[in-house]
Design a protein around this ligand. Structure first.
Ligand SMILES: Nc1ncnc2c1ncn2[C@@H]1O[C@H](COP(=O)(O)OS(=O)(=O)O)[C@@H](OP(=O)(O)O)[C@H]1O
Length: 349
């Protein structure tokens, strides 16, 4: 709108017949100067508004903006998703969950899958341990599409303790971020045992050995450190291999015990480690009293539903013979302490 002052209006309309031409041209010059000023003002305001508009479109892609969205609902996450720029593409992962099996890697994958800045493969690809010969193009094709600004991720829980994986991962990228979920070693060992027992009983009817018989060497009566369910729990031994290639800053350790009790806290630390905005707010996590574990709130169309991990995750563990339990504790203690020293953090196991 053009603003003309009362004086100018009078000036225009009081124009007399005499000297009209001269006064009119002065008047028009004045008005056109006003128009120029107003036009300039409009252009500047429009430029500011357009810039702000662009910034708000990029809202969810800018650092830490998920933290700033007014209401953290699954809708706002969907909104974030829509705001991703460019076209989706396949790329090699910038971050991996490398283990440890049965420590809670599936839960971490499940939670990160909800994050608008993360595209994580649904299943374990096992590229660096079993499928390496297929090459990077094959690997990329197994990974989900990602938009610009989104991280591509994969979790294979055996990478951490497999001998072949470290240099292969390093050759892919020395900057890759590595997430390691660790859990109290005996609990992890029991979980590994239950998993193997389940797999075996699916295939044959022969009674599976008891946990105690599995972990104790029958000749020495001591813990069998070479047993396949014990070995992955000796975190320190495997860590040394990773530290030969990667600096400690490339690795983030998730407390698997706390991941069960307080997933929000552990996921927030992972968001920070990955350098992505804090989108996984407390309200996304809901405790299921039937499952006895945390689940997540997901949007299905307009409806909101609760999604949990499958039944095979989060099982009741058997009671362990106290003598065997003591032997296991004594066995793991020195390894745990070395592990704490190496990473500069204690888990108080
Ligand atoms: N939210 C939630 N729901 C269910 N289960 C949860 C959850 N958070 C952590 N966990 C623990 O994850 C354990 C399974 O570990 P992984 O996912 O690493 O197993 S696997 O290696 O991928 O097979 C699994 O071990 P078990 O309790 O022995 O089944 C769980 O204790």
């Amino acid at each position: 709108m053009i603003m003309v002052s009362k004086d100018q209006v009078n000036f225009l309309y009081n124009d007399t017949e005499k000297g009209m031409l001269a006064s009119r041209s002065v008047c028009y010059r004045k008005v056109s100067r006003y128009k120029t000023v107003v036009c300039l003002f409009v252009v500047i305001v429009a430029a500011i508004l357009i810039t702000l508009g662009c910034l708000s479109e990029r809202f969810c892609l800018r650092e830490n903006t998920c933290e700033l969205t007014p209401v953290q609902t699954p809708d706002s996450l969907q909104l974030c998703k829509k705001l991703k720029e460019g076209s989706p593409r396949k790329k090699l992962p910038e971050a991996l969950i490398i283990g440890v099996r049965k420590a809670g890697t599936g839960a971490m994958r499940f939670y990160l899958d909800m994050h608008p800045y993360v595209e994580i493969a649904n299943a374990e690809i096992s590229f660096f341990d079993f499928e390496y010969e297929n090459g990077y193009e094959w690997y990329k094709n197994q990974l989900p599409m990602a938009m610009q600004g989104q991280l591509t991720m994969e979790k294979t829980s055996n990478y951490f303790h497999n001998k072949k994986t470290v240099d292969r991962i390093y050759n892919m990228s020395s900057a890759v971020k590595l997430i390691v979920v660790v859990r109290e070693p005996i609990e992890r060992t029991v979980s590994d045992y239950l998993q193997r027992k389940l797999k075996k009983s699916e295939n044959d009817d022969i009674e599976y050995p008891k946990f105690e018989d599995f972990v104790i060497d029958q000749t020495t009566g001591e813990v069998d450190g070479s047993e396949k369910i014990i070995k992955p729990s000796i975190y320190y031994k495997h860590l040394l291999k990773w530290l030969k290639y990667f600096p400690l800053e490339n690795l983030h350790f998730v407390d698997g015990g706390n991941l069960i009790l307080n997933p929000y806290e552990e996921v927030k630390k992972v968001e920070r480690f990955l350098g992505i905005p804090h989108c996984m707010t407390q309200d996304k996590f809901v405790f299921s009293s039937t499952k006895g574990f945390y689940c997540v709130k997901k949007n299905k169309g307009r409806r909101e539903e609760t999604k949990c991990l499958p039944e095979t995750k989060g099982r009741r563990h058997p009671l362990i013979d106290p003598v065997v339990m003591r032997k296991l504790k004594d066995f793991f203690r020195p390894w745990n302490e070395k592990f704490y020293r190496a990473i500069g953090r204690s888990f108080h196991w």
